[in-house]
Design a protein around this ligand. Structure first.
Ligand SMILES: C[S@@+](CC[C@H](N)C(=O)[O-])C[C@H]1O[C@@H](n2cnc3c(N)ncnc32)[C@H](O)[C@@H]1O
Length: 309
């Protein structure tokens, strides 16, 4: 049978006209169509099958449910049949009731989505959300970063440097461990990051020209420096006027084993230590905040401190 004949045959039944008129507004599942039309499942399914066969409908599966919608793809030549069907449906006595029921079902769908968020509001940010992660947020935030020249002091293998290099103009990663620098440089090369340069050096006197970078980052590096105040003064020296110095470090803690376990020189810093050193170096608009607390003992807390030159 030709496509036109199939479509005409599909329209030659009031129930199928009702179904088409209902799907005009939104896609619907068999259950929803059942609820709206008060018809049995097998009857609805038969009509849906016929309509789909005639090319007027499309379907998609979502878990155990199948949703049906009108085939609105361009060039399919079904629009005129659909319009005809809707005109016909309006002449059927069930039409007004169908429309009222449809409105109710669609409103309930919306309410169900809202119900979940109304229930979790207040604890949503602390609970699991599918697809939501700090990693993903980090990638998003990176996209809004301007093309800066960055110095990552005490960079390690360059976890942060590599991330930054994907958006920044240039990243200079400084570390005093030969192996870290060699490994980081090799990895950057392998990843094609030509704007990431590793330099061997001391973060207390980094091998970077004065006033040559827009941003200095010390991430979990300052507590390794013999003289943290000197390291911050050096950060100030290499940053351009108007540039930023940002420090991520551990808040002062009592976990003595950190010396041996992680090679830490200092057991973190107080907010006032960091404030004093930043101020003494000439950093303005200083902001300091505790930004993370680990769930597991010894509950390390991370402090973010920094300001503008
Ligand atoms: C805990 S890691 C932090 C790595 C990286 N910044 C991060 O956040 O993942 C500390 C790094 O600082 C380096 N480091 C320690 N003392 C340093 C110093 N005086 N000058 C330069 N790098 C230093 C170590 O070699 C190590 O790679």
């Amino acid at each position: 049978m030709s496509k036109t004949l199939k479509s005409l045959r599909a329209l030659a039944d009031p129930t199928r006209l009702r179904i088409i008129a209902l799907l005009e507004r939104d896609e619907l599942s068999v259950n929803e169509l059942q609820e709206i039309t008060r018809m049995g499942q097998s009857r609805i399914s038969t009509h849906l099958g016929l309509l789909q066969e005639s090319g007027l409908l499309q379907s998609r599966r979502e878990g155990k449910r199948t949703f049906y919608r009108l085939d609105s793809r361009e060039g399919r030549g079904v629009r005129e049949f659909i319009e005809m069907a809707i005109r016909g449906a309006k002449e059927i006595p069930d039409y007004p009731n169908d429309q009222v029921n449809l409105k109710r079902i669609l409103a309930r769908r919306q309410e169900q989505a809202q119900l979940y968020f109304n229930q979790v509001a207040g604890r949503f940010d602390r609970s699991y959300g599918p697809g939501r992660s700090w990693q993903a947020f980090g990638q998003l935030l990176l996209r809004i970063l301007p093309p800066l020249i960055v110095a990552d002091l005490g960079s390690g293998e360059g976890l942060l440097s590599e991330l930054l290099a994907r958006r920044c103009k240039k990243v200079i990663a400084v570390d005093n461990s030969e192996k870290m620098v060699a490994y980081g440089a090799k990895k950057a090369k392998k990843n094609g990051l030509k704007n990431l340069e590793f330099r061997l050096g001391d973060l207390q006197n980094p091998p970077i020209d004065p006033q040559s970078v827009d941003l200095v980052i010390l991430s979990q590096a300052l507590h390794h420096a013999e003289d943290p105040a000197r390291a911050i003064a050096s950060a100030h020296r290499i940053v351009t006027p108007g540039g930023q110095v940002l420090i991520l470090d551990l808040l002062k803690h009592k976990f003595e084993q950190a010396h041996k376990l992680y090679g830490d020189r200092w057991l973190g810093f107080t907010e006032s230590d960091l404030h004093r050193w930043l101020e003494a170096a000439g950093i303005r608009k200083i902001e300091i905040a505790i930004v993370a607390r680990e769930e597991q003992a010894p509950h390390f807390e991370t402090v973010l401190a920094g300001g503008i030159k």
